[in-house]
Structures are given as structure tokens and as C-alpha cells.
Design a protein around this ligand. Structure first.
Ligand code: NAP
Length: 537
């Protein structure tokens, strides 16, 4: 028997109190729904709650990243920097939670262990680590795509006698590195932000690098009060613009091809981009740099020369230049003085592709060359991305197999929001959804899910499940859209490759890459046609 609303603990359960979960709570409350958000941390903020490592900050312009749904919030909040740092971002999200009184429906320190759907009662039963269970009609996951950290699979990791942290599990009180010997393992966007910050105060820093990444300068600056007023006056236009760009950033791709212009014009353009703040050099570059291998090689050579100019020791410079992938085929880490860090006497780069780490010892790190002694080891080794935050929860729908097993067999979702076999479960930026400047994608998807639930509620429907055909069509479309993109030919978290996990050796297309306008168009079509792909009943 379908459970009536009065037999349920909540109309909806939301997992995660990050940017997705907080906004989903706000929107469902507007429908008059009873909602419970379960959050494993002790506070709101998701990514920005967990990633407290030194130097953590935005790579999107602060004002383009904040929520757009409340004019009051936009009027009240001033960003202090073009690319705000983690403490400011967390303060912002705490301010949002206070302003909309969100905390009263969020249960912190609540780790969701399993979620099971019962088709007879059309309800989800969610179980927490403490054994408590809760029933709801809808289950919405706001678990993020980069929230399940991975430690390296290196022998002896527990034997180290000093302090060690994964960047995403950083202590809540400041760590003082002055005069200390510190190791950073991992040189992705997180490692790079950490290294350039720790370098400012450390006694000695050893960076263990497997493969370098292509970086570009952030060019951060303070936002003066008059600038903030100008930004505020332009919010509506700016958000509308972000909705039209490929990945939700403020940067617009240049409509020209790389070799359509003279050499002089091309290099002048690239110099200008390299000297400009943010992702312009990646998202605002010639339209073919991420699809045409020759164009990609040309921009990669340009950036390689910049690295050579900035690093004094030519041998170190060469080690910092990627050889296995082209510029922009991974999300570009934005840096501030990262390359110059290697000109400091007390910073050393250890190329572990030449001298691999053999084990972590009591004192530090043993490579094939020698043992290094440390007071601290920082693991900036990334995440079990895209599915990791789902796989850690035992999610069961209408079939025998779990969601993890289903996705291991074949990764497929409908719009990255629903999965066949898991009725009434909606994902915010799930696999094969649009991401990029994430809050832009999140707000869109939360609004879409809320409208769907409202539609169901208004008509007395209690079940929504994507048809296998709709799901197959979406998967094919996602794969098709990703075909020409060089990023899908590179090992990275976006293609599902993480050397620290068992299995998954073959690349997948993890997220939708056809651009926001087409993603939104498809979502709107589905809504306008009465959500027939979701078999509402
Ligand atoms: P990541 O890009 O996956 O980088 C992980 C790093 O650890 C890589 O350098 C990897 O080397 C290395 N590594 C992994 N396992 C290792 C092992 N066993 N031994 C040695 N090295 C190992 O993770 P991330 O740096 O955390 O960044 C992930 C994403 O988060 C970024 O792409 C970005 O989207 C987001 N992010 C955004 C910001 C921001 O500015 N807003 C900041 C940080 C992160 P290989 O590459 O050689 O495998």
C-alpha cells in the first residue's frame, strides 16, 4: 500500500548540506514539504566545509559562484576578493544557512549508510551510521562529485609518527608549518594551491610529483566597495550570461579557430589571456583548443614557455611541464606564484615517476633513491570522483543489485538527475549531468527537480522513474557530445580514473560535456512534455 504522507517521517530526505542540499531544502520548504537533511559534517558548506587546507580558494569568480536565487542575499553579501578564500566562502554559506534558517532541518554528524526503496509503499528508508532509520517519499542526493577523498595505496601509510592529513580532511584549527619539514604528495589543483601557500612559511617542503598539470595564473585581487556595487548592479545580466556559456563560467569562448588568425594576433591574444584573471585562458580561448590536437599543441607550447620563463632551474622547469596531456584537457589549476615556489632554496621537487615512492616509514617517505624525513605529510591525492560519494552508501532500488553494482556494469542516468530502477531518487549534479561552475548547474538542477516534485504533488503522483529507454538515449547523447573533446582522452577524475581505487581502468565519460544551453534545453523539453520519460504514476 502506498504510504500516505502521514505515515512518512518526512516528505523528502536530502543527503548533504553543501550548496546543493542547502538550496534543495530551501526550495522544498517553499512547497510546504517536510524535509530532513542528513549531513556527515558538523556544519554546512559541503566542499567548503571539508576542504580547509591552506590556500583553498575559488577558481570561479566569487560573484559568479554565489547563489542567485535571492535578491536580498545578493544585496546583502559583499565579496572581498575576486577569488575568495575558503574561510570567506564558508562564512558565506553559514550566512545563507542563518539567513534562511536552514539549520533547523539539517541533522549534522549524520552519516547515511544505506537507502532502500520500497515499491509497495513508494517510499525510501534511509539508515544512518547510528542505526536510526527514516522514511520519506523522495530521496535527493546532494553529495557532490568531489567529496570522497582517496589516500594513496602506498605501504606503511599508518606507520608515520609525525602528523599527516588528506587535504579534504584538514583539521579545524590552523596548522603551523614554520620551521617544519613538510611533504606534499599530489600535484593536482589542490596540491598546487597547498604548495604555493605552505611554501610561504615552511622550513623545508618536498613535493612528490607523479605527473604535472598545466596551470595558469589566477590574478586574484581585492574587490573594492565601488566595484562590488558595480557587480551587484550587473548580477541579473551576469547570471543570464553564465547560463549561456559552455560550463557556467563568466568567460565566453572565442568564436575564432586558432589558426584562423596570424601568428602575431594569436600570441598577442594569448598574452592578454595569460595576464587576465581566472579561466579566460581555458574557457575564453579559441573555440578549437579543446578539440583540435594541433591547436591544443600550440597553446600547450605557449604555456610551456611561460613555465620555462618562470622557473629558474631548466631541469625543474621541464619536470613541471606535462608531457602526457595537453593544456585544458583537465580542469586547469589556477595558481599564484606556484612556479616561483620552486625557485626557493627550501622547496624541492621529487619526480616520483623516476624514483617511485616505495613506502611511508615512521620518519617519512622512502623512494627508490632514499628516505626523506618529515614532521608533516600532506596527501593531496584527490577523490573517488563522481560515483565515490554514491558508492559509499548502500543504495537499493527496485532490483536486487545495488546502485554501485548497476553503475559498475554500465554508467547511465537520465539527465544525470534520475536513474532507472531507483524511483523517486533525484541526484543533483549526478553522473552525466552538467557541471562546471557548479552552483550555476546546481541551482538549475535543484529548480528542475523542485518543479518536477511540484508537478507530481499537484497531480497526486507518488512515483517517478526514468524509463530504461530514456536513460539509454541520454547516455548515448552524453557519449556522443563528448566524442570530439580531448578531455575524454585523458586519464583524470573526469574520466573516472583514479590509481588509488581497485578496478576501473578504462576511461568513462563521467559528466555531460555538451554545454549548458543544450543541457537546459533538453531538461526543459522533458518538463514541457509532462515528464513522460519519467513514467509518473
Ligand atoms: P586530482 O586532480 O585528482 O589530483 C590528485 C593528485 O594526486 C594528482 O597529481 C595525482 O597524480 C596525485 N596522486 C594520486 N594518487 C597518487 C599516489 N598514489 N602517489 C602519488 N601521487 C598520487 O585531485 P585534486 O587536486 O584534489 O583536484 C580535483 C578537482 O577538484 C580539480 O580538478 C578541480 O575540479 C577541483 N578543485 C578545485 C579547486 C578550486 O580552485 N576551486 C581547488 C582544488 C580542487 P597523477 O595526476 O599523476 O595521477
Amino acid at each position: 500500500m502506498v504510504l500516505s504522507d502521514t505515515d512518512l517521517d518526512y516528505d523528502a530526505i536530502v543527503i548533504g548540506a553543501g550548496i546543493s542540499g542547502m538550496y534543495q531544502l530551501y526550495r522544498l520548504r517553499e512547497l510546504g514539504f517536510s524535509v530532513r537533511v542528513f549531513e556527515r559534517g558538523t556544519g554546512v558548506g559541503g566542499t567548503w566545509y571539508w576542504n580547509r587546507y591552506p590556500g583553498a580558494r575559488f577558481d570561479s569568480e566569487s560573484y559568479s559562484y554565489g547563489y542567485s536565487f535571492s535578491q536580498e542575499l545578493l544585496d546583502e553579501w559583499d565579496w572581498s576578493e575576486r577569488f575568495a578564500s575558503q574561510p570567506e566562502i564558508l562564512r558565506y554559506l553559514q550566512y545563507v544557512a542563518d539567513k534562511f534558517d536552514l539549520r533547523r532541518d539539517i541533522q549534522f554528524s549524520s552519516d547515511v549508510k544505506s537507502a532502500a526503496y520500497d515499491d509497495d509503499t513508494r517510499s525510501w528508508q534511509v539508515k544512518l551510521a547510528d542505526g536510526s532509520t527514516y522514511k520519506s517519499r523522495f530521496l535527493i542526493t546532494g553529495v557532490g562529485i568531489l567529496s570522497q577523498p582517496t589516500l594513496p595505496k602506498i605501504a606503511g601509510i599508518d606507520s608515520f609518527k609525525g602528523q599527516s592529513f588528506h587535504t579534504s580532511r584538514w583539521p579545524h584549527s590552523p596548522v603551523d608549518f614554520s620551521g617544519k619539514r613538510v611533504a606534499v604528495i599530489g600535484t593536482g589543483a589542490t596540491g598546487i594551491q597547498t604548495i604555493q601557500e605552505v611554501a610561504k612559511s615552511v622550513g623545508h617542503l618536498s613535493v612528490f610529483q607523479l605527473r604535472p598539470e598545466w596551470c595558469a595564473p589566477l590574478h586574484n585581487s581585492k574587490i573594492q566597495p565601488d566595484e562590488m556595487e558595480a557587480i551587484r548592479a550587473n548580477y541579473a545580466e551576469m547570471f543570464e550570461h553564465c547560463a549561456q556559456t559552455a560550463a557556467g563560467f563568466i568567460h565566453d569562448v572565442d568564436p575564432r579557430n586558432t589558426f584562423e588568425v596570424s601568428d602575431e594576433e594569436r600570441y598577442e591574444f594569448w598574452e592578454r589571456l595569460y595576464a587576465s584573471p581566472g579561466f579566460g585562458i581555458w574557457q575564453g580561448n579559441f573555440k578549437d583548443i579543446l578539440t583540435n590536437p594541433e591547436a591544443n599543441k600550440a597553446i600547450s607550447d605557449f604555456i610551456a614557455d611561460k613555465i620555462r620563463e618562470r622557473v629558474n632551474d631548466p631541469t625543474i622547469a621541464e619536470k613541471l611541464i606535462p608531457k602526457d596531456h595537453g593544456f585544458g584537457t583537465k580542469r586547469v589549476p589556477l595558481e599564484t606564484g606556484y612556479y616561483e615556489s620552486y625557485n626557493q632554496e627550501n622547496i624541492e621537487l621529487i619526480d616520483i615517476s623516476e624514483t617511485p615512492i616505495q613506502r611511508i616509514t615512521e620518519r617519512g617517505v622512502l623512494t627508490s633513491e632514499r628516505e626523506f624525513e618529515f614532521d608533516f605529510i600532506i596527501y593531496a591525492t584527490g577523490f573517488d570522483a563522481i560515483f565515490g560519494s554514491y558508492n559509499r552508501i548502500d543504495i537499493h532500488g527496485v532490483s536486487e543489485r545495488s546502485l554501485k553494482e548497476q553503475w559498475e556494469e554500465e554508467l547511465a542516468t537520465f539527465l544525470g538527475i534520475q536513474t532507472s530502477g531507483y524511483p523517486n531518487m533525484f541526484m543533483i549534479i549526478g553522473p552525466h549531468a552538467m557541471a562546471g561552475n557548479n552552483p550555476r548547474a546546481i541551482e538549475y538542477q535543484v529548480n528542475w527537480v523542485t518543479e518536477l516534485i511540484k508537478h507530481m504533488n499537484d497531480r497526486g503522483f507518488t512515483r517517478a522513474e526514468a524509463s530504461p529507454q530514456a536513460q539509454r538515449d541520454w547516455r548515448d547523447y552524453v557519449v556522443e557530445q563528448g566524442k570530439d573533446l580531448l578531455r575524454n582522452e585523458v586519464d583524470s577524475w573526469q574520466t573516472g580514473i583514479n590509481m588509488n581505487l581497485e578496478g576501473r581502468q578504462t576511461r568513462i565519460v563521467g559528466m555531460y560535456s555538451g554545454g549548458q544551453p543544450s543541457y537546459r534545453r533538453r531538461c526543459e523539453e522533458v518538463a514541457q512534455n509532462g515528464y513522460k520519460e519519467l513514467n509518473l504514476r
